[in-house]
Design a protein around this ligand. Structure first.
Ligand code: SF4
Ligand code: MG
Length: 334
C-alpha cells in the first residue's frame, strides 16, 4: 500500500546562542535523521522520554517548526518544498491535536467559531451548509449542536479534547499528528478519548502519528511503534512484535518502567535508570551507552546504524541477543 506519509532523514538542530553578540555556542540536536512511513489508516506511535525529540518531530512534519533538513511527503507530494499558500492547503490533509486542549483553544471563541474557521477556509462547508457540517463533525466526536454556542471554559478536559479532535477532523484529513493527546486527562477520561480516536480511524480511515510517553496507551492504540532516544529512532516495528520482543535495551527499560495495565496495582511511576544526556552533547558511539546495561567497548566508540532486523529496524550492536518476553514465541527474524 502506498504510504500516506513518508519521512526521510528529518533533522532539526536548534542553534544555542549566548552573550551580547548572541554568538552560536552549540546546537541542540533535537531530531536527527528520522525516517519512517505511515500507511493509510494505521497508527504509528512515536515514544520516548520527554526531550527525546518526539514533539519536535511531530511539529516538523507539518512545518510548524521548519526542519533543518530532510523530506516529508504526504500522499507522495512533498511537504518540505511547499510555499506558504500551498502549505495552508496541505494542512487540510494533515492536522495536529495537542496535549493541552486548554491551551490550544482560544478562550474567546465559541466551539462554533473554532470549527467554522477550518470548515470555511478549506471549503469543506459553505455558509449555507455550515450548520449541517458543524453538527456532523460534533456528532462524530461525541458532542452535539448543543455544545456549539459554548466556550472552552464551560467544558471538562475530556470534552475540550473532543473539540480539539473535531477541529482537526473538520477538514477530513488523511493523517493527524496526535501529540500526547491524553496525557493531561484523568485516567478514566483517557480511555474514552483513545476509544474515540480508534472509532474515528475505523470510520474515516484516518492515519495517526501518535506521540506519547505512555506505553500502556501505546500498546492499546498503536499498529507500529517508533522508539526515539536523543533525537534518533533506535527501534521501529509492529507493535505486537515490539512488545513481545523489544530489540533495543532502551525499549526494554521503557517497557519495564511502564505502569502495568493491572488496575489493582495502581499507577507505579518508575522511570528508566539514569538521566538522559544533553541533546547538545550526545555521547559518542551509541548515545544510550552511559545508561545501557549491555554496553561493551564497541558501543562507546561506534554509533550503531539503524538497520533492518526481520520486519523491524533497530540501532544496537547487540540486538541479536534480545531476549524474548516469557510465554511469547519469538518472531521470525530470518
Ligand atoms: Fe547498549 Fe551497545 Fe546496544 Fe547501545 S549499541 S543499546 S550501548 S548494547
Ligand atoms: Mg512533548
Amino acid at each position: 500500500m502506498t504510504p500516506v506519509l513518508e519521512v526521510e532523514n528529518l533533522t532539526k538542530h536548534f542553534p544555542v546562542r549566548r552573550g551580547l553578540l548572541r554568538r552560536t555556542v552549540g546546537q541542540v540536536q533535537a531530531v536527527t535523521d528520522v525516517s519512517f512511513s505511515v500507511a493509510p489508516g494505521e497508527t504509528l506511535a512515536v515514544v520516548g522520554e520527554s526531550g527525546c525529540g518526539k514533539s519536535t518531530t511531530g511539529r516538523a512534519l507539518l512545518r510548524l517548526i521548519e526542519p533543518t533538513s530532510g523530506h516529508v511527503r504526504l500522499d507522495g507530494e512533498s511537504v518540505t518544498d511547499l510555499g506558504k499558500a500551498d502549505l495552508r492547503q496541505m494542512r487540510r490533509r494533515m492536522q495536529i491535536i495537542f496535549q493541552d486542549p486548554y491551551g490550544s483553544l482560544n478562550p474567546r471563541m465559541t466551539v462554533r467559531e473554532v470549527l467554522s474557521e477550518p470548515l470555511l477556509l478549506h471549503g469543506v462547508a459553505t455558509p449555507r451548509t455550515l450548520d449541517a457540517k458543524l453538527a456532523e463533525v460534533l456528532e462524530l466526536c461525541g458532542l452535539s449542536s448543543f455544545h456549539a454556542e459554548r466556550y472552552p471554559h464551560e467544558f471538562s478536559g475530556g470534552q475540550r479534547q473532543r473539540v480539539g479532535i473535531a477541529r482537526a477532523l473538520a477538514t477530513r484529513p488523511r493523517l493527524i499528528v496526535c501529540d500526547e493527546p491524553v496525557s493531561a486527562l484523568d485516567v478514566s477520561v483517557q480511555a474514552q478519548i483513545v476509544n474515540l480516536l480508534q472509532d474515528l480511524q475505523r470510520e474515516l480511515g484516518v492515519a495517526y502519528v501518535f506521540i506519547s510517553h505512555d506505553l500502556a496507551v501505546v500498546r492499546h492504540i498503536a499498529t507500529r511503534v517508533a522508539v526515539m532516544y536523543l533525537g534518533r529512532i533506535v527501534e521501529e516495528g509492529a507493535a505486537a512484535g515490539l512488545f513481545a520482543r523489544p530489540l533495543h535495551p532502551y525499549t526494554r527499560s521503557l517497557i519495564a518502567a511502564a505502569p502495568r495495565p493491572d488496575p489493582t496495582a495502581g499507577r507505579v511511576h518508575a522511570s528508566v535508570q539514569g538521566d538522559a544526556p544533553s541533546a547538545m552533547a550526545p555521547p559518542p558511539g551509541c548515545a544510550f551507552h552511559p545508561r545501557c546495561p549491555m554496553a561493551i567497548d564497541r558501543c562507546r566508540t561506534e554509533r550503531p546504524a539503524l538497520r533492518p532486523f526481520g520486519a523491524a529496524r533497530v540501532a544496537c550492536h547487540r540486538a541479536e541477543e534480545a531476549p524474548v518476553a516469557a510465554g511469547i514465541l519469538p518472531r521470525d527474524v530470518s
